[in-house]
Design a protein around this ligand. Structure first.
Ligand SMILES: [Cu+2]
Length: 264
């Protein structure tokens, strides 16, 4: 008898859940989602560091957090989200060293991660225009950076690329000659007034689709979550019942108002 009861409850619960599931994609933008990147040393650039980055996009607004260590201490580090429609959506490999000089500059990483699409500045503009706004990027105290910023507006194209797992977080600034500062004769490919050490990519990680944002696989489909499904269904049924009751109350109230008017 218990079984019959459960089926009777589950049927409306499933149909309500199905209706909600159908309604959801229409209201939530396809470019909403969460992504995570495991930041690793860029090939050939000799950085002994690592980090983690997380992004969330909701209604075209991006929130970014990242932590990184092993960076050149007490020096500013430009950090960006890179993406290119034609790029490989990867971090660069040693084979990307087009010049063959044994290091990777930012341009040589382009075929892997694309152009700058978001500048992870601490304040002010976050567009690609701020890509080298050195005074607005974090300085790595003791080689570490703890970055957090929200309310970053991104275009729909950029939002879609990030959510699809096609972008990469890149933190720049290396010390090829291990003398504790940005120097050397080779000039930056991005700004000839800077040494290449100041802009060469140090850490990189592709912003993969976060497990947390993946479609829940429990509930109705697996059966193991059937109890929870029935409970949710019960709440939903109660909710729609409340709506019906509310509607009836409004209808009755209208009628009451009408009666009062007639009596006057
Ligand atoms: Cu960059």
């Amino acid at each position: 008898m218990k079984t019959t009861k459960r089926v009777a409850l589950a049927a409306p619960a499933l149909s309500l859940a199905a209706m909600l599931a159908m309604a959801m994609p229409a209201s939530a933008a396809s470019s909403d989602g969460s992504n995570e990147a495991n930041l690793q040393p860029v090939a050939l650039n000799g950085v002994d560091g690592s980090g983690m980055a997380m992004t969330t996009i909701k209604d075209g607004v991006l929130t970014v957090t990242f932590t990184a260590d092993g960076l050149l201490p007490d020096s500013p580090h430009a950090a960006h989200i890179h993406f290119g429609a034609e790029a490989r959506h990867e971090c660069p490999a040693a084979s990307d060293d087009a010049s063959g000089d044994g290091t990777l500059n930012t341009s040589e990483g382009g075929p892997a991660y694309g152009d700058i699409v978001v500048s992870l500045t601490k304040t002010g503009d976050t567009s690609p225009k701020s890509g080298l706004a050195v005074d607005r990027f974090d300085t790595a105290k003791g080689g570490k950076i703890n970055y957090q910023r929200g309310s970053i507006k991104v275009s729909d194209d950029v939002a879609k690329a990030i959510v699809a797992g096609q972008s990469a977080v890149v933190i720049h600034g290396v010390d090829h000659n291990h003398d504790g500062k940005y120097d050397g004769d080779t000039k930056s490919d991005l700004d000839p007034t800077l040494p290449t050490e100041a802009t060469d990519p140090a850490l990189c990680g592709v912003l993969e689709v976060s497990q947390m944002s993946a479609t829940p696989s429990g509930g109705a489909q697996t059966g193991s979550g059937s109890t929870a499904g029935v409970q949710d269904g019960g709440l939903l049924v109660a909710g729609s019942a409340a709506l019906v009751v509310g509607g009836l109350l409004i209808a009755r109230r209208r009628r009451t108002t009408a009666d009062v008017t007639v009596n006057d």
